[in-house]
Design a protein around this ligand. Structure first.
Ligand code: AN0
Ligand code: CP
Length: 321
């Protein structure tokens, strides 16, 4: 595997899932693969889970790890070509990327959407530059439009906790005070559509339609209560306006409707549904304290499975070196 961005990069999902459970049973089984190999993790944005779980996965596979926080100690990077660099940015990404590639065998990149230029974000401009100029296999650790390590961990978590063969899984928008990217819901939708045994529904206020390439054939239900009825899993997430119905709204907050906050009443509409969120989560905006603390909350097992999803991805990349 040369890059990990979309669900298709993993090949058949049943095989990838089997590999995930094999690794979960024996995390150090493939430790020989990473000997004298180095992972470089590059963060343009903050992280807790991705940073820790990716480093842990790489260590399980016997790798050395270098972590670079671009905004903490490195030269400020220019990302646009053609700019006269007389401002505060000392180095261009087009030199920085191949230099980073010199010191490692694999690269993980976290670079969130800027949420001002939809075309630039949805072209995955920064990620594509890493793929083109680093000379190394590259995986997304949440980029402008996708967060596949999270979606893979979510699918593993659903598989582990489902009590019916074909669970109803509902992705619900919830309110937030800051404009957040669409990467998590985009990837979650892509992965749920690819999973064979999931009845997948998306619910959000009108105007918050996700990009059609991620929605695929999923059912979209604007009535949150109807969407929740009979659900086995509720996957909550805020996202800013994707600008699909109105480009001028891209990256903006066009609803703060607190009636979408997932509380015990919302969960009572479900089929004893499990609550999921990728974290970090702002309590009592996205979800109430009692729901996230309830026995039906899967937020911690979900985070734990980030180590597993990442182990499969790094293993595949090491095997292909
Ligand atoms: C990020 C987001 O919504 O994409 C990261 C989630 C994994 N969240 C925040 O910036 C709070
Ligand atoms: N879920 C997730 O990716 O968390 P971090 O932003 O803390 O890495």
């Amino acid at each position: 595997m040369k890059s990990f961005i979309n669900v298709e990069d993993l090949g058949p999902l049943d095989k990838a899932m089997a590999e995930a459970f094999e690794i979960k049973n024996d995390r150090y089984k493939y430790q020989h693969l990473g000997k004298n190999k180095t992972l470089m993790m590059i963060f343009f944005n903050n992280s807790l889970r991705t940073r820790l779980s990716t480093q842990k996965a790489a260590m399980n596979l016997g790798m050395n790890v270098i972590v670079l926080d671009v905004n903490a100690g490195a030269w400020k990077l220019e990302t646009e070509r053609g700019v006269i660099m007389d401002g505060d940015k000392s180095e261009h990404l087009l030199e920085a990327i191949p230099v980073m590639g010199c010191y490692c065998d694999l690269i993980g990149v976290r670079s969130f959407a800027g949420l001002t230029d939809r075309e630039y974000d949805y072209a995955e401009t920064v990620l594509q530059q890493f793929i083109k100029y680093s000379g190394r296999p590259v995986f997304a650790m949440e980029t402008a439009t996708v967060h596949p390590l999270q979606a893979f961990a979510d699918l593993i978590t659903i598989e582990e906790h489902k009590v019916v063969e074909r669970p109803k899984v509902v992705l619900t928008w919830a309110p937030h005070c800051r404009a957040l990217p669409q990467a998590v819901p985009n990837s979650f939708a892509q992965w749920m559509n690819a999973a064979p045994d999931v009845d997948f529904v998306i619910t959000h206020p009108e105007g918050y339609e996700l990009d059609p390439k991620f929605v695929g054939n999923a059912r979209v239900e604007y009535d949150q209560k109807k969407a929740f009825e009979g659900a086995d899993f509720i996957y909550a997430k805020n996202w800013s306006n994707p600008g699909v119905t109105n480009l001028a709204d891209y990256g903006k907050i066009t609803s703060k409707d607190m009636s979408w906050t997932v509380d015990t009443e919302h969960m009572s509409w479900t089929n004893n549904g499990k609550f999921m969120h990728c974290l970090p989560v702002r309590r009592n905006l996205i979800v109430t304290d009692d729901v996230i603390e309830s026995p039906n909350s899967l937020v911690i097992p979900e985070a734990a499975n980030r180590e597993i999803s990442c182990s499969v991805v790094i293993k595949r990349m090491l095997e292909a070196l």
